[in-house]
Design a protein around this ligand. Structure first.
Ligand code: 5GP
Ligand code: ZN
Length: 103
């Protein structure tokens, strides 16, 4: 989608520090980290808010990707937070859904 910063990252128009990528999802470091390790896991397909998400497998994949990153980086057992914000009361600022992973 035009004028979507995360679509621009998917397309390669805006650089990002990528951790994982496949046909459906992309994970990269949050540019304004709120924890020592703070990543965003997004679907490559543009979905504006959690209210617009209908693909259960794709939503599940965001969570599984986050857990694989945690295992790879060695903090799965210690733990981490997964958060997905929705709209204004949820403090969503980028309207392309993303799972925050913070450790
Ligand atoms: P939200 O508030 O929508 O849940 O979170 C959006 C997140 O995207 C914020 O934590 C913000 O730091 C991050 N972010 C915004 N623009 C960019 C960008 O261009 N690159 C990266 N890597 N993260 C971004
Ligand atoms: Zn987008």
């Amino acid at each position: 989608m035009e004028n979507c910063i995360f679509c621009s990252i998917v397309n390669g128009d805006i650089p990002a520090d990528k951790l994982y990528e496949d046909d459906a999802v992309l994970a990269f470091k949050d540019v304004n980290a709120q924890a020592p390790e703070h990543f965003l896991v997004i679907p490559k397909e543009h979905i504006s808010t959690p209210n617009d998400a209908t693909d259960e497998a794709l939503l599940g994949k965001l969570s599984i990707t986050a857990s694989e990153i945690a295992k790879d980086r060695g903090f799965a057992e210690q733990g981490y937070r997964l958060v997905m914000n929705c709209n204004s009361d949820g403090c969503q600022s980028v309207f392309h859904i993303h799972l925050h992973e913070k450790h």
